[in-house]
Ligand binder design. Sequence first.
Ligand SMILES: Nc1ncnc2c1ncn2[C@@H]1O[C@H](COP(=O)(O)OP(=O)(O)OP(=O)(O)O)[C@@H](O)[C@H]1O
Ligand SMILES: [Mg+2]
Length: 354
Amino acid sequence: MAQLSLKNIGKSFDGTDVIRDISLDVEDGELVCLLGPSGSGKSTILRMAGGFETPDRGAILIDGQDVTRIPPEKRPTGMVFQSHALWSHMSVADNIAFGLKLRRMPRREIQEKVAGALELVGLADYGSRRVWQLSGGQQQRVAIARALVLEPKILLLDEPFASLDQHLREHLREELRDIQRRLGITTLFVTHGQDEALALADRIVVLQGGEIEQVASPDQMYRAPETRFVAGFIGSMNFLACDMRGGRSDHAVFQIEASVSDGPVELAIRPEAIVVTPSATSTARVHRTTDYGTHILVDIDLADGTRVKAMCPPATRLATGQPVSLSADRVTVFRGTEKLADVAPVEMREVAHV
Ligand SMILES: Nc1ncnc2c1ncn2[C@@H]1O[C@H](COP(=O)(O)OP(=O)(O)OP(=O)(O)O)[C@@H](O)[C@H]1O
Ligand SMILES: [Mg+2]
């Protein structure tokens, strides 16, 4: 049982606020992903949770106990760094045993624990190998085994698969998810890959500029982004600028009704929410189609020069230059960074341009 709480954490480097007032609870057995662009503060938060950095403000609690000023080796946390920093001159088993030796555990027990950890990450026969004899993916597994063997209450992982190719990354991600579930270990995982976060997380925390934009399940984060930033950062999104007047948008194609005040807005529409229908009288034209097998991505040029992306079923046949009409199942209205309304479903008709 372990719960991690960050309470109003703040951190500056050289007078610049890098983390601004972050609060987050990771529940027992939960896997939470910190997701955000480079420099948004993901590693800094993880390093503070692991004790490698001290916050200037706020507190870090593990199972209700304040660990804010406790050094890493005295915390019940295990950390896997992005550059995995294994000792290449040592055997795999010695790498994993290192932390246990520091704890002065009896040799027999160390051997058992190391064997168990190797088994867990699928490297049972690799104990006597040297690190340089392993592939990148195997090295990452050793790094994870080395953290797990200390039986931490909380596992902290900083982009552990970033240097691996996509197939291996997806494979190890699934393995990690299985191990994490089996052990029920509370986990904070840093990534800048949205696919990774969507595939792994119970909950995702999207960060920008050292602040939390939104905390939500993968499903919610995708379907109900709360800020303009999250809408643009997770998945693919069309943004169409227009004005709202008297509760109606003045967009030539996507006319929506929403009770929002007059003024400029952006309509955010997912490619899969757009329905494309051939229509001889329409001014929107197919620019390009790309067949991905599972779906066809269609780029469409609107009369005002904006281009939208629509995701169509695999059997869709559309030719370049073909006129099409568009409708959308779901539209979110943003003004600046703020969400004003969700509108769904909506019927849309193109306004005739003469
Ligand atoms: N020790 C440090 N001294 C000075 N500035 C630092 C230090 N550590 C981090 N920073 C700054 O804090 C900000 C956040 O860094 P952090 O490493 O947490 O970002 P990140 O979200 O992990 O980015 P990335 O995806 O590139 O790893 C950056 O602007 C970085 O330059
Ligand atoms: Mg980082």
